[in-house]
Design a protein around this ligand. Structure first.
Ligand code: AHG
Ligand code: MN
Ligand code: MN
Length: 344
């Protein structure tokens, strides 16, 4: 028999869809009256719109910089702005959250109800387009989201404290990777599940149930161009990864899109690092939009996330756009990196 016929080509149409999965697992959210489910549904919808735009990026005038910087002084790409607007509008028009904070916005957004006071319980934090430097060269990018229950009273305008919660208070987090196929991967604190989009019919199917990081791995992902700027502990750990001993040297893989690097490492086993450098003492990645959601997913998949010393999810944030060094991946590898950093 021809090889392709051995595969179950009907898998996609018989697997559970994301919509069915959300409905069936609704009782996992103890306090929610369907609100969190509707919220994840809206994210799924916005992700389809962004996916469509990302896919035709070379055909329409959406590549390149928009000519402005975001609050963090980074050049905004047209797709950064498109993705940001799409997620914010989709969530705002449905009046499904009470507040949104985005990597691309100076401050958080309070969502006011049009007809009545906004009585929603959840706030969303988002990196609308992760890995934007890869857009122009047709390499995978992503979206990262993080969801919390607000801490201020329902029906009042949201405040900064609703967003400055430690990652261990997240009720859900996920990412979309716009790769060779588009996948939505998320957790509500009951394991991690991955859904693949069939672009022809616009439906996500459960393709990766109960995703787990291998306990140990052989891939390390770091921007080694910064080597001279790393501290001694990080340098020594990288040399450990490269040493010709035991099951090493490891393989180096670095895409430059956190979402894609994380996704590969979760499937194959590996560690992602964005350490502090001389010029960026807190590293580059943002605690609220990038590290916390990825750390929640990592732990739910049996992995680990640390700033080198402390568990990412236990850090008390002090500002919206705060940055933090990030070491995340297979548990044994992150433990090992921490050992080297401790010796510092
Ligand atoms: P963003 O595109 O949202 O600004 O994030 C880019 C991040 C992350 O995705 C990636 O791993 C890292 O920046 C790459 O940074 P370097 O180019 O410094 O390696
Ligand atoms: Mn990012
Ligand atoms: Mn981004």
């Amino acid at each position: 028999m021809h090889k392709i016929q051995e595969h179950n080509i009907f898998m996609e149409s018989t697997n559970q869809t994301l919509g069915e999965f959300i409905i069936e697992n609704q009782e996992e959210f103890q306090y929610s009256s369907g609100e969190l489910s509707r919220l994840i549904n809206s994210i799924r919808l916005a992700a389809k719109v962004v996916n469509h735009e990302v896919n035709k990026a070379g055909l329409v005038d959406i590549l390149g910089s928009i000519g402005s910087d975001n609050i963090q002084g980074e050049e905004q790409q047209k797709l950064d702005v498109f993705a940001n607007d799409t997620f914010i509008r989709t969530l705002t028009n449905r009046e499904i959250v009470c507040g949104i904070a985005s990597e691309e916005e100076d401050s958080f957004i309070n969502i006011k109800g049009l007809k009545k006071e906004n009585e929603n319980k959840y706030v969303v934090l988002i990196d609308p387009l992760d890995g934007s430097s890869n857009i122009d060269v047709n390499v995978s990018v992503g979206t990262i989201f993080s969801i919390y229950r607000r801490v201020t009273p329902i029906g009042t305008p949201v405040k900064e404290e609703d967003f400055l919660q430690p990652g261990n208070k997240q009720v859900a987090a996920g990412y979309i990777v716009y790769g060779t196929s588009t996948m939505l991967v998320y957790t509500t604190g009951h394991g991690v599940n991955g859904f693949t989009l069939n672009p022809a019919i616009g439906t996500y199917y459960l393709s990766h149930p109960n995703m787990k990081f291998p306990e140990d791995g052989y891939i390390y992902s770091v921007n080694q161009g910064n080597f001279s700027q790393f501290n001694e502990g990080v340098k020594k750990y990288i040399q450990y990864c490269q040493a010709d001993e035991d099951n090493r040297p490891y393989t180096a893989r670095y895409i430059g899109s956190l979402v894609s690097d994380f996704h590969r490492n979760m499937i194959k086993g590996g560690i992602y690092m964005y350490p502090s450098t001389k010029s960026n003492p807190n590293g580059k990645l943002r605690l609220l939009y990038e590290c916390n959601p990825m750390a929640f997913i990592a732990e739910q998949a049996g992995g680990k996330a640390s700033d080198g010393k402390t568990r990412i999810l236990d850090i008390d944030p002090t500002e919206l756009h705060q940055r933090v060094p990030f070491f995340c991946g297979s548990k044994k590898m992150v433990d090992k990196a921490e050992e080297f950093l401790k010796e510092e």
